[in-house]
Design a protein around this ligand. Structure first.
Ligand code: GLN
Length: 494
């Protein structure tokens, strides 16, 4: 075959598959071959499901051959799925020892949607354990490496999904974003990722980290591919009690409009508090250049102030651990996965020994912080105060969105750092979430689009675009317009 199918965008693969120029089996096999070739070094996948993916691909090919309309705009295009969504035909470990080898008795709603859309699942991707971390080094199964520089982190917690995209092991991927786990990995691998509005992508079958913040979402190499996947996975689900019963936003139309149009009449706010001298100079330079490009596209750019964003980190790192300490209580050695029991232990001893052996350091740290923050003597001082800050952040957003349509900032203050550099300094690790956290606390939506590479070190930088709840299409219009104006970014991956 002359073209390397792994280099094509998902939208191109889809049109070639639907016109029978190529088959889904060929596209899927090309990606499985690529995984076999490069993933030994990168470790983006925890589990590869080649056989199942090819069966799903064959079904798509047969349906198309029989003259059926493709099941979705992406039917036949394979995907990498973060190992935090349940799947009945492969393990779901959340990169934790406590769930090693565990296979769910049911599929997550998102998994079902992928299957119904005819999207073959290549396998499950690596992540920080239970989605806690910003580097994928908290995986119990070893880190993922950044395809741009294999001595560096791919971001986290969804580093596996981002690395799979950046290294052409998958043309589409799914992540989850509780505090930035879709957007920060996208930024440091020069890929695209969206955290949709809270409640618009079902959490049924998504193993909970912090339920009031968690949101699954689409990842791709282009804004259009990400939009196509967004429309596949979004939608009301009565099995998720926080699901929003609203129509899916027209994000594909917005991406197409953005790619061919200008941004006249669009008001863009640069968040003053997310533009700091403490960020890496090359990140700020890349961001400032992106803002100039938005201006050149006709957008009206103004500075806006959101003073409470400076407290987002402190509030998030109380609210998240509090919810984690409660959610992870279900891993009690009785119902799921690992059980450490020498036969002479009481139930309490089995639980304690299992949790001690099964959870990693960061997960234990957060369970302890959360248990403390929720304890009767400290609830008001910690968890209660954090909730008040959360409200103030939402009010800052509301005030800003009276003046502008979208807000922008760098996605992460830094380019990808060296593996090992921040593992012993959790606070330094948490700082990489500075710009992404406010969106999660408010329940809004945001996207990261590559803004080129930093002049400091030649490594990827992401532009973050934020929009109000249920205005996800604005991200895609602005993101696609910017992406088209920016032009391609040369990938270093051979
Ligand atoms: N890095 C953040 C954290 O460690 C975000 C994680 C996420 O979005 N799942 O909590």
């Amino acid at each position: 075959m002359s073209t390397d199918l792994t280099r094509l965008d998902a939208s191109d693969l889809a049109s070639k598959i639907h016109s029978r120029e190529i088959s889904s089996v060929e596209a899927t096999q090309a990606h499985l071959d690529r995984i076999a070739k490069v993933d030994g070094e990168l470790h983006a996948f925890l589990h590869v499901a080649g056989e199942q993916a090819l069966v799903a691909a064959k079904e798509v090919d047969s349906a198309i051959a029989a003259g059926d309309k493709p099941a979705s705009a992406l039917a036949g295009v394979p995907i990498a799925l973060k190992d935090v969504f349940t799947t009945t035909d492969m393990p779901t470990t959340c990169a934790s020892k406590i769930l090693e080898g565990w296979v769910s008795p049911y599929d997550a709603t998102l998994t079902t949607k992928l299957r119904e859309a005819g999207i073959p699942i290549l396998g499950k991707t690596n992540m920080d354990e239970f989605a806690m971390g910003s580097s994928t080094e908290n995986s119990a199964y070893g880190p993922t490496r950044n395809p741009w520089d294999t001595t560096r982190i791919p971001g986290g917690s969804g580093g596996g999904s981002a690395a799979a995209l950046a290294s052409y092991q998958a043309p589409l991927a799914i992540g989850t974003d509780t505090g930035g786990s879709i957007r920060q990995p996208a930024a440091v691998t020069a890929t695209v990722g969206t955290k949709p509005t809270y409640g618009t992508v079902s959490r049924f079958g998504l193993v909970a980290c912090a339920s009031s913040l968690d949101q699954g979402g689409p990842c791709g190499r282009t804004v259009l591919d990400t939009a196509l996947l967004h429309e596949v996975v979004a939608g009301y689900d009565p099995r998720d009690s926080t699901s929003v019963n609203e129509p899916v936003r027209p994000v594909v139309e917005a991406a197409r409009q953005g790619a061919t149009g200008d941004l006249k009449g669009v008001r863009v706010g640069v968040v003053k508090e997310l533009h700091s001298d403490s960020y890496q100079p090359g990140v700020i330079a890349s961001f400032d250049a992106a803002v100039e490009q938005l201006t050149a596209l006709g957008a009206e750019v103004v500075e806006v102030s959101c003073p409470n964003f400076l407290h987002a980190l402190a509030a998030y790192y109380l609210i998240l651990p509090s919810e984690v300490s409660s959610n992870l209580a279900r891993f009690d050695a009785m119902r799921y996965g690992l059980r450490v029991d020498d036969g002479n232990m009481s139930a309490e001893q089995v639980m304690a020994a299992t949790r001690a052996a099964g959870f990693g350091k960061e997960v234990k740290r957060r369970i302890m912080i959360g248990t403390y923050a929720l304890s009767s003597g400290y609830y008001d001082a910690y968890y209660g105060s954090a909730l008040k800050v959360r409200t103030l952040i939402a009010r800052d957003f509301d005030a800003a969105y009276e003046k502008v349509d979208v807000l922008v900032s760098p996605t992460s203050p830094f380019t990808p750092w060296k593996l090992g550099e921040k593992v012993d300094d959790p606070l330094a690790m948490y700082l990489s979430d500075l710009c992404t956290l406010p969106t999660n606390l408010a329940g809004h939506c945001a996207m990261s689009v590559p803004s080129g590479v930093s002049a400091d070190d030649g490594l990827p930088v992401g532009l973050q675009i934020m929009a109000p709840a249920l205005a996800d299409e604005r991200l895609y219009r602005v993101g696609a317009a910017y992406e088209a104006a920016r032009g391609p970014i040369a990938s270093p991956v051979a």
